[in-house]
Design a protein around this ligand. Structure first.
Ligand SMILES: NC(=O)c1ccc[n+]([C@@H]2O[C@H](COP(=O)([O-])OP(=O)(O)OC[C@H]3O[C@@H](n4cnc5c(N)ncnc54)[C@H](OP(=O)(O)O)[C@@H]3O)[C@@H](O)[C@H]2O)c1
Length: 246
């Protein structure tokens, strides 16, 4: 299958690319981002090089014909582009909404438009949101309320687009709490994350587990249209356990 990983330079995308390179059913990876991304240093076999392509996209709202051509024939997309809460101060609120919500909605709509006549296979689109994202405006969370509602609106619009696509596009929303990389965070970072997690009450998931889950769902189909943090842990651990040599 041909897989698009959007936001290819990011934390989760880096692990997704690493696992996708080793996945026997993923035959082609389009690593889509605003910057070039190179192959992980531990994955430079010829087979890996052949299935990997870094594609730079200049406009995530209106796709150029070049980018559409790169995306053509893809079977699934895992969308990781967003401004995370820790980076909210670095851009305006309008930019946050555009990057975290509008880009993903534009992507699934573009994919749907390009596949309207292709009813032979379904395209799978996965949007990574967050466990606190809220779809009901009446239930605005106390912490980061506007942000959580905006991400919840993105979830609704993506799921609606898929529902209205007459089966051409399927969508799934992943709602992780805090995504941990045991190799990345230092002791101080871990302490800060743990304090934040306790105050806000966020669950956690290992980056390897969530990546294994998302790849599994992109390749084999969605268990359901919304995967909560516990689903991301459960499926990922099952998939990774099955990959371990006996
Ligand atoms: N990490 C967590 O603990 C956590 C927890 C819950 C949910 N999530 C969600 O999981 C998803 C992935 O998170 P992550 O930690 O992997 O995020 P990340 O490391 O910050 O990566 C974000 C990606 O989005 C791209 N991006 C940001 N602004 C952009 C723009 N203006 N135009 C185009 N691309 C842009 C970044 O590209 P550049 O490298 O060029 O900036 C990067 O590739 C996000 O939806 C996030 O909200 C993460």
């Amino acid at each position: 299958m041909k897989l698009i990983i959007a936001g290819s330079t990011g934390f989760v995308a880096t692990e997704l690319i690493r696992q996708a390179l080793a996945h026997p059913k993923v035959t082609s990876i389009i690593a889509l981002g605003r910057r070039e991304v190179s192959l992980p240093t531990d994955a430079e076999s010829d087979a890996h090089k052949e299935k990997f392509k870094s594609v730079i996209c200049r406009d995530f709202e209106v796709y150029s014909e070049d980018i559409k051509a790169e995306m053509a024939g893809a079977d699934a997309c895992i969308w990781t582009i967003a401004v995370s809460p820790s980076k909210l101060k670095s851009v305006t609120w309008e930019e946050v909404c555009k990057i975290s919500r509008d880009y993903a909605v534009a992507a699934i709509e573009t994919i749907y438009q390009s596949r309207r006549d292709n009813t032979s296979s379904k395209f799978r689109f996965i949007y990574i949101s967050g466990s606190n994202a809220e779809r009901d405006p009446a239930k605005k969370p106390l912490i980061l309320g506007d942000y959580c509602l905006m991400r919840g609106e993105a979830e609704k619009r993506i799921l609606t687009c898929a529902r209205e696509s007459n089966g051409t596009v399927e969508a799934c929303v992943a709602k992780p709490g805090i995504i941990e990389d045991p190799n990345r965070t230092g002791i101080l970072g871990k302490m800060v994350k743990n304090i934040g997690r306790t105050i806000i009450g966020l669950p956690k998931v290992n980056v390897r587990d969530i990546s294994a889950t998302l790849l599994d769902q992109a390749v084999n189909g969605f268990e359901k249209d919304t995967l909560q943090n516990e689903d991301l842990v459960r499926i990922g651990q099952r998939v990774l356990a099955a990959q371990k040599p006996s």
